[in-house]
Design a protein around this ligand. Structure first.
Ligand SMILES: *Cc1c(COP(=O)(O)O)cnc(C)c1O
Length: 395
């Protein structure tokens, strides 16, 4: 992990700024005692999984909070995406951004549906509906928009394209729990929206996910599919898999849900401090959350302009890593440059100039309830010093 930028000069003993690693995606954890009490009740009841009382309670609370008819809990968001894609009957080609976590693409390819990678709109980090339109072929059956960083993608634009061409529309809302789009909660747009409750996400259930929808038939089909297709004892009426959420996860979800106000407050406080401390630093652009809508502020995303900053994004990352700050390059290098897509579509990058540009510049910094204001001050001073060093050595 030590690199040329951070190697101590001979004779010096290098001391990392942090004794312990500070990761991006440190879990947000609510009230321990309430979680443990729920787990104790679960043990007393001896109901550990299979649509247990915590799963049902959590589903009802999610649906109410998001203002949607159905929340179908799953074991994780990747399986939730796979089930949603299958239950909607998608086949052939589905248009997705390449600037997303690999699971968005894998959930399609896993069932031999081709992900067709679409570029992001310049100036945004989100899929561009105008580019989507150009990628539609007779084999296209759907679009998956991704609400990156809890910021909604262009819901209206994608809905218009989907309606115009008779396509299904799903949203990967893995980042967007407790966020709104024009005042409306994310969760009820398109045919369905998929949330992740992985440990690193804003709201976690250890591992977990959900699909939310207003479509009764789609919800019923997903409930069958997540439980092997069982419609009653000894009665299987559909092909299915095992996508069930267990009761410990649902207990964690219920507990964490009670603390989301605190999570948002810490994240927002952290974000504003980063914004203040990096404000006038040349070559560093912090992703700006727009005021007005609700955000969970779970992601602190920098774009580094190598030339103006003085050292490269990767050199900065290695320097932070050497100081035990595990900054991450989400989403480098883009799905289209990962296997199997890189081999399938070796020329995909020609159609993805914005994705390529962004993938070379982004860097995420640690935040969440596990990161203090003092930590952020130290991280920002490391970044400032890195910039100064770079300018000194290049001029
Ligand atoms: C985390 C994530 C997923 C996958 O979620 P899991 O619950 O880990 O399977 C999918 N899409 C995006 C955009 C993500 O960030």
């Amino acid at each position: 992990m030590t690199t040329t930028t951070s190697k101590p000069a001979p004779g010096n003993t290098f001391q990392p700024a942090f004794g312990q690693r500070l990761h991006v995606g440190r879990p947000n954890i609510g009230d321990n005692a309430r979680f443990l009490a729920r787990v104790q009740d679960m043990l007393d009841r001896r109901v550990l999984t299979n649509d247990g009382p915590y799963v049902q309670e959590f589903e009802a609370k999610l649906a109410t909070m998001l203002g949607v008819r159905h929340a179908v809990l799953m074991c994780n968001a990747t399986v939730a995406l796979e089930i949603a894609i299958r239950a909607l009957g998608l086949t052939g080609e589905v248009i997705v951004p390449s600037f997303t976590f690999i699971a968005t693409a894998h959930a399609l390819q896993w069932q031999e549906i081709t992900p067709v990678f679409c570029d992001v709109r310049p100036g945004s980090h989100h899929i561009d509906p105008d580019r989507v339109r150009e990628l539609i072929t007779p084999r296209t059956t759907g679009i998956i928009g991704v609400h990156l960083w809890g910021e909604p993608c262009d819901v209206d634009g994608l809905t218009a394209v989907a309606n115009r061409y008779g396509l299904r529309l799903l949203f990967d809302a893995a980042h967007a729990f407790a966020c709104t789009s024009n005042g409306r909660m994310i969760g009820s747009f398109g045919d369905g929206e998929v949330f992740s409750f992985h440990a690193t996400k804003f709201l976690n259930t250890l591992e977990g996910g959900a699909v939310t929808t207003n479509n009764d038939e789609f919800a019923a089909k997903m409930r069958l599919m997540r439980n092997f297709g069982f419609a009653g004892y000894d009665k299987v009426i559909y092909i299915g898999t095992n996508g069930k959420m267990n009761e410990v996860s649902a207990a964690m979800g219920l507990t964490n849900l009670e603390s989301i106000g605190d999570f948002i407050n810490s994240n927002r406080r952290n974000y504003l401090l980063y914004r203040e401390q990096l404000a006038d630093l040349p070559g560093v652009r912090l992703w700006q959350y727009l005021d007005g809508d609700d955000r969970n502020y779970q992601y602190v995303v920098l774009e580094i302009d190598d030339t103006a900053f003085g050292i490269s994004r990767d050199a900065l990352m290695h320097l932070l890593w050497a100081n035990n700050v595990l900054a991450r390059r989400y989403f480098f290098p883009g799905c289209h440059r990962m296997e199997p897509y890189r081999s399938f579509f070796p020329h995909a990058h020609f159609l993805l100039p914005e994705t390529e540009r962004l993938a070379g510049r982004v860097l995420q910094l640690p935040t969440g309830t596990g990161v203090s204001m003092q930590d952020i001050t130290v991280i920002c001073s490391l970044i400032r010093r890195a910039s100064n060093t770079g300018i000194a050595t290049t001029s």
